[in-house]
Structures are given as C-alpha cells and as structure tokens.
Design a protein around this ligand. Structure first.
Ligand SMILES: C[S@@+](CC[C@H](N)C(=O)[O-])C[C@H]1O[C@@H](n2cnc3c(N)ncnc32)[C@H](O)[C@@H]1O
Length: 304
C-alpha cells in the first residue's frame, strides 16, 4: 500500500497517469518473468497459474503466445542454421522496384534482411530479442539493426518506403502494430507479409507434420486481413524447395517456438520421433541431403 501511495503522490490526474504507467511496466515485467520461467522450464503452467491467482488454462491461454514469441532467443543459432530463406520472386513482389528503403520488422536472425541488403535499398532491421540481433549482425554486416518491436518501432514518421514482415506478423499485436507501421511509412508506402509454409502435399512432409502436431498445433492465419489506413490488399504464392542436410532439418524442428517452450522430456521425445522418421521413411532414409518443399505465401498492402 505504501508503494501505491508513493507512485500516486498527491493523487489527481497526475497520480492516475503515474499509476497507469507503473501498472503497464509491471505487466510487461510479469510477462517477461513468465516467459523466462517457461523457457528455462523452471515452472509449469499449473504453478504459474497459482502464482497469478488463475487457473492453469487461463494462465496458459493468456501468456503462452507471448512466452512463445519471446522464446526464439533460446534457439537463435538453431534458427539461423535450420530456417529457410525466402525465394527471390517473393522479395521482388513484396518490395516495389520504386522503393529506396526497407524495414525488416521482427527480423530475427536476418533471413530476409540478407536478401533485402543484396538489393539497391537502404535496409533497417528491427528485432526485440538480443540473441536474435546478435546472429543478425554477424550474418548481415553493415545493416542498421535496432532493438524495438512492431508495436513501438524506433524510427521517425514517414521514414521508410516499404515495411516487410517475414514469418512474424502472427506474433504482433495487430491493433497496435498497424498504426505504428503506417506512422513510419512514407505516403504510398507498402506493407508486405510473408510466410514459408511446408508443402504438406508431399507425403514425407505430411508425416513430419503429423509427428510435430502430435505434441502441439500452432494455427497461423497466413492470409490476414489488413484494414485502414491500408488499401489494395493483394496476395501472391510461389512454390519452391530448400535444400538442407539432415542436421539442418533437426535444427528447423528445434527452432520452432512451441518446441523451444516444451518441457524437456516432451522435446526429447519429439526429436527422437523425428529422427525415427528420418531413419525409416522411404523418401528419407540413408539421405544426408534433403529438400524441403515450401509454399511461400505473401500479402501486400499500400498506405492510402
Ligand atoms: C519466426 S521468427 C521470424 C524471424 C525472421 N523474420 C525470419 O524470417 O526468419 C519471429 C520473430 O519475430 C520476433 N517478434 C516476436 N514478437 C515481436 C513483436 N511484437 N515485434 C517485433 N518482432 C517480434 C521474434 O523475436 C522473432 O525474431
């Protein structure tokens, strides 16, 4: 109670604003603490729920998305090794030829940043997790890499021609991210979203997904609606294959957010099942070099 009085000070509107700010900071810290407890497997959702005065389901529903969004740092190196890049035709489509600058938002280890940097563009990468930024700086030297989030982009108003979000839109709070992206875009600028989706029409990929989804399933909307102030929402898809080794396929699995945040025993069991599949499936066994088929799905919208 004494702390509350200290924050509130002499009360009034100023006191209310200080309290609101303090509550928001505490809420952020609580989310970080829960993410840390989960990623280091120091507490179960049951225990976290109890500590927060909630049921297990309530706590996991409220925080598991955030805990997973902040989990990538724990597997940043596996992410860089195992995750695919994006096909050039998708990058061509996402970033108009007239753009002079591009922001890679939720840039991770720089899979897309690298492709943007190879073009005639001034590229900025924004990524909230330090471990991912470290991998990014090493992989794509010379690009401006900033700590920030989609909800608070550390750039001035109207400063970029194109914002691109690769494999990350589903982690953002769209209601806050959309106006923030509109703020940093120059008039007529574009927002591009892209996801690499494993092609389940290939039998061994369908089998791999059955193994992964035995443990958990992450539903992602890869054709999200983009509202005002954006217009001219367009879609584009391209099929391609990413060559990878057996070890890289295991990294691909290990770098999935729901795998990173799994209890250690479940994760070991899952990795064991993937190795079994690699050893037994007719299309995979004995092969050191594989090829993962993808459908890359893109959305593009223009700022009015
Ligand atoms: C699946 S990774 C994709 C990384 C990279 N764009 C790529 O294509 O490889 C998702 C990334 O989004 C980041 N992220 C999660 N929530 C975010 C937010 N609210 N704002 C910005 N980035 C966020 C994560 O830290 C992570 O690096």
């Amino acid at each position: 109670m004494q702390i509350v009085e200290e924050i509130e000070g002499s009360g009034g509107l100023g006191g209310l604003a200080r309290m609101t700010e303090a509550i928001a900071a505490l809420e952020t810290r609580r989310t970080e603490l829960i993410a840390q407890l989960r990623s280091q497997r120091l507490a179960s959702w049951e225990e976290i729920g109890q500590a927060c005065g909630m049921t297990r389901q309530g706590a996991s529903r409220r925080w598991s998305q955030q805990a997973q969004a902040t989990s990538f740092g724990d597997a940043a190196a596996a992410y860089r090794r195992g995750r695919p890049p994006y096909p050039e035709s998708a990058v061509d489509w996402l970033v108009p030829g007239t753009a002079r600058s591009a922001l890679d938002l939720g840039a991770g280890t720089g899979k897309l940043t690298q492709l943007l940097a190879a073009r005639d563009l001034t590229v900025t990468a924004v990524e909230p997790l330090a471990a991912m930024r470290e991998e990014l700086v090493a992989a794509v030297p010379g690009v401006e890499v900033l700590d920030g989030s989609a909800e608070e982009i550390p750039l001035g108003d109207g400063t970029v021609d194109s914002v691109v979000v690769a494999q990350a839109w589903h982690w953002f709070d769209a209601a806050k991210a959309l106006p923030e992206i509109a703020r940093v875009l120059a008039p007529g600028g574009t927002l591009g979203l892209v996801w690499n989706i494993r092609d389940h029409s290939v039998p061994w990929v369908a089998e791999l997904d059955r193994v992964l989804h035995r443990h958990t399933r992450q539903e992602i909307d890869t054709t999200p609606s983009i509202g005002t102030p954006f217009r001219l929402v367009e879609r584009f898809e391209v099929r391609w294959e990413h060559p990878l080794t057996r070890a890289e396929l295991l990294d691909l699995v290990a770098s999935r957010s729901y795998v990173i945040t799994m209890p250690a025993a479940d994760r070991d069991e899952l990795m064991h099942q993937v190795i079994e599949l690699l050893d037994s499936h007719l299309d995979l066994r004995g092969r050191r070099k594989l090829s993962m088929p993808y459908v890359t799905r893109c959305t593009r919208a223009r700022l009015t």
